[in-house]
Write a protein that binds this ligand. Structure first.
Ligand code: PDD
Length: 289
């Protein structure tokens, strides 16, 4: 999948060429990663699951004590950007970032009234279907992240380092391990299939409440696939039938190898395939409106 960021972006109340966008070096997003973000998928120019993304964005803002009013109007801004970027018929992603704004460096919050910085960009998505059918390899890495992984914070250094470790080892995702269980991927939810049931880590402070996760659990109910919110242990990996990662950008992606060992038969499995087909039907109807 390739993504190309469009030339037009939105920053603090205005649409502008990206080359003209200026963010202060005092911005707390730059100095402290003091901000939160969302990635929203666009199918045929239409924002997918935008309500759920906005709810999660407001929750992230509340949890880090940025007034959640900063998210007001974001859906309109996203739609305006899609149009201005010429993506009204396109598949794309929209990136939304809100930080605590710019103020002289100091750890405590800046003075009341410091306006949050709001940045939105869009990128067209061209999707070569290869990995959706063939699957990807993943590696296991210790989960060295903080204790509030439910907040979609821009502080992603452990995720960045883990993903690069995957790339260095010829894999496409790193799966975090904490206390002997897989929590999630660096930018994805992890699911396994065991005895025909879908297993995924329960919600809580150890994982991001993924929007794709919610959609997939709903599809499981509709398709009669048993789904259990229970973590997958590293020890049980040799006996699972299928594995997959879920995310807004990668949708439902089979994981066919973990640390070089085949998952099940090493091919995309039937449960993954059924879920992908049902998900594709959803995105197709989103495209048609
Ligand atoms: N990441 N877990 C983590 C740590 C993530 O960063 C993401 C998404 C997910 C999946 O959530 P969702 O289904 O809502 O996209 C799970 C985005 C896509 C990113 O950082 O690019």
């Amino acid at each position: 999948m390739t993504m190309r960021r469009a030339d037009t972006v939105y920053l603090d109340g205005r649409y502008m060429r990206c080359a003209e966008a200026r963010i202060s070096p005092d911005d707390r997003g730059f100095l402290f990663a003091d901000g939160v973000y969302e990635v929203v998928r666009v199918y045929g120019g239409r924002l997918f699951e935008i309500g759920a993304h906005l709810d999660r964005l407001r929750r992230s803002l509340r949890e880090i004590r940025i007034p959640s009013a900063a998210a007001d109007g974001i859906d309109g801004i996203c739609s305006g950007l899609i149009e201005r970027c010429g993506l009204s018929q396109a598949d794309a992603t929209v990136y939304v970032q809100i930080t605590r704004g710019a103020a002289p460096r100091g750890h405590a919050f800046p003075a009341d009234g410091t306006p949050p910085t709001v940045y939105v960009s869009a990128a067209a998505v061209d999707e070569p279907p290869d990995a959706c059918a063939l699957g990807i390899g993943a590696i296991l890495v210790p989960d060295t992240r903080w204790a509030r992984c439910d907040i979609k914070s821009t502080a992603l250094l452990p995720n960045v380092l883990a993903r690069q470790m995957a790339v260095d080892r010829g894999a496409r995702e790193a799966l975090f391990i904490r206390d002997g269980v897989i929590t999630e991927g660096t930018a994805s939810t992890f699911c396994a299939v065991s005895s025909g049931s879908l297993l995924t880590h329960p919600l809580g402070e150890r994982i991001l409440p993924g929007i794709t996760r919610t959609v997939v659990l709903r599809l499981c109910r509709e398709l009669g696939i048993p789904a259990v919110e229970r973590p997958v242990t590293v020890d049980s990996l040799s006996s699972i039938e299928e594995a997959m990662i879920l995310s807004t950008t990668r949708e439902i992606m089979p994981v066919t190898q973990i640390d070089g060992a085949a998952v099940g038969h090493g091919l995309r499995g039937p449960v993954t395939r059924r879920l992908q087909e049902a998900f594709a039907a959803l995105t197709e109807s989103a495209r048609r409106g």
